[in-house]
Ligand binder design. Sequence first.
Ligand code: COA
Ligand code: ZN
Length: 327
Amino acid sequence: MASPKKIRLHFNEVAMRDGLQNERRFVPTEDKIALIDRLSTLGYARIEATAFVSPAAIPALQDAEAVMRGIRRRPGVIYTVLVPNLRGAHRAMQSQADEFNLFMSASETHNLANVRMTREQSLAQITEVARLASEGSIPVNVSLSTSFGCPMEGDIGEAEVLAWVKRFADLGVQGVSLCDTTGMAYPDQVRSLCGKAIQAHPSLNFTAHFHDTRAMGLVNALAAAESGIRTFDASLGGLGGCPYAPGASGNVAMEDLVHMFACTGYDSGMDLAGLIEAARQLEPLVGHGLSSQLPRAGLRLTKHAPPAGLEEIRARAQAKASQAPRL
Ligand code: COA
Ligand code: ZN
């Protein structure tokens, strides 16, 4: 009997944006470009290459134009960029970004802390940027931060989160990312919110974006896949975190996520060995160890050498077995 067709998932690499925005050390532009070029060969649907935000707010990404100019665009990969306002949209357009990733927060407090606007002001900006993008035939995704809870406000009601999603859908955007900015999500909540969002907007492309702040990233991603989510953000090496969200830490690690999905019967379409190699290269760039497991542990079936003297151990064990049992 033919085996059932595996469900195909799609991956967005966010290490170059969510990842680097929270790093102390500035990664030189040429190293960013080389890493993006390498990642481009590994099977990603999307690479979030940079952010056209204020360089004063996020100095790590002050070289956004140079990065976009320097990368080699691989056909089939969408080079998306984070855009906070109209100014950012014009910069992104000049840099020929394939997609705008607009963002706001479901939490009023986090939105004010992050972008210094109320949520209604953010939506007004998003509306204007979406109009500009549609004139230029540029697809738009909206990332809704703190969809699963805010570190300052606590839980954000599910109905409220879904109401924001509806307002984005009404603008005609192509995708919405449900973002767990500080790792507050848990599987039942993920199943409920993702399931309802997909049911209400079947033509929107939903992405799940989990941070591993409380070591729940993988289990939440699995719950999201079971609820029908087919696109995932994650970060090579588990880098990441919003500098304007107290207690934020890294995204779920891309290589660990891809490995988990490969083991649970999904088709990731990703070059996992290549990802692990790329993660090992990332470490010297950021100047510290990574939180991901796979670069240390290797693939599930990676074989290690047995201990020295194994044959002697075997011979002794066999000799013991052949001795008459002591009574
Ligand atoms: N690109 C470059 N510079 C920008 C910009 C953009 N998209 N938007 C604003 N600026 C500059 C302005 O020119 C101004 O510069 P100046 O002080 O030299 O005159 C400065 O930023 C402040 O501009 P203002 O319009 O008053 O914005 P703000 O201070 O209210 O900041 C944001 C609003 C959203 C632009 C800014 O907070 C930001 O970029 N935040 C980044 C948030 C982020 O990336 N968080 C992590 C992702 S979740
Ligand atoms: Zn994030």
